[in-house]
Design a protein around this ligand. Structure first.
Ligand code: CA
Ligand code: ZN
Length: 301
């Protein structure tokens, strides 16, 4: 029996003190719907950020209390399906985002969905890769707005957070208080203008506590790769975080020799941007699972 949760049950900051709206057992499937990052306020090209109610931006559906989770637990979220229901919206705004200096006129673009694609201004057809920008658990203490990424997850805007991947987070409080939202039908690494194709959507996932001692989080895997995700005030600081996390994973968890880990990170690992437009910058480091297998290591399921 799947547990269902609709997008009207949303929160705007990850906090230990927010009351959960639903409880699920570990291993139970959770079906939830999500708003776009503007809570659906931008419906036509005439709707702009000037009239936007900023207090309801970046909603995450939840919080979800996951039975039997306690601080320090490693929580694996299996994303069975991330489905964009559309239509999507994009905005370009002067002085906003990493391209703000180049934008002179504000514009809102409605991006239609057609099958497995989105269509930009009736001209450009782009294959969808529906992904969740915001996904996380409550921190042990403090209140983190959904606009901000961190070790709890949050607004990481990582294109790997999509159907078929598993995200690992460290639980901060009893029950985890999980939530997700800010779906993009598709987004380029960097999210440079400040948005992807911002869309409402449907998500099917299963949460489960697992034991992989020493796994650095946030950590994500799909069929091909594992990756660690890190956020900091600058991309320089963020990339140092993910290099350290991946080297630690490879040596302490997967058992690679120290120099092999470093050399292979340089040979077949990829350092990539997630986003450079949120209050903290987010990058990730990807490493192929096939190389872990060469060293006899398989992530336990
Ligand atoms: Ca985002
Ligand atoms: Zn977004």
């Amino acid at each position: 029996m799947a547990c269902e949760l609709t997008r009207d049950k949303a929160f705007f900051a990850f906090s230990p003190d927010t009351e959960p709206v639903v409880r699920v057992a570990q291993g139970e499937e959770l079906l939830l719907t999500t708003h776009d990052c503007f809570s659906g306020q931008l419906k036509t090209t005439a709707d702009t950020l000037e009239t936007l109610d900023w207090s309801i931006t970046n909603p995450a559906t939840g919080p979800v209390y996951i039975e039997g989770t306690k601080p320090g637990d490693l929580l694996r979220i299996d994303l069975h399906e991330v489905k964009a229901t559309g239509p999507s919206v994009m905005v370009a705004v002067p002085q906003v985002g990493a391209l703000g200096d180049f934008i002179t006129e504000e514009e809102t673009v409605i991006v239609e969905h057609r099958g497995e694609t989105v269509v930009f201004k009736d001209k450009v057809v782009v294959k969808q890769n529906p992904m969740l920008g915001v996904i996380g658990v409550a921190p042990a203490e403090g209140v983190i707005p959904n606009s901000t990424p961190g070790i709890h997850g949050g607004n990481m805007d990582c294109t790997l957070v999509t159907s078929g991947s598993s995200l690992y987070l460290t639980v901060g409080v009893e029950g985890a208080l999980f939530g997700c939202g800010d779906m993009h039908a598709v987004m380029g690494d960097g999210e440079v203008v400040i948005c992807g194709a911002e869309t409402p959507g449907e998500v099917r996932l299963t949460p489960q506590v697992v034991a992989i001692p020493g796994l650095p989080t946030p950590f994500i895997e799909n069929d091909e790769i594992v990756a660690v995700i890190g956020s900091a005030e600058t991309v320089d600081a963020a990339y140092k975080i993910v290099l350290g996390m991946m080297h630690e994973f490879l040596t302490k968890v997967a058992g690679l020799p120290n120099n092999d880990a470093a050399l292979l990170m340089s040979l077949v690992g990829n350092l990539k941007f997630c986003q450079v437009v949120d209050p903290l910058m987010t990058v990730r480091f990807e490493f192929p699972k096939s190389v872990l297998a060469d060293y006899g290591y398989v992530l336990p399921r």
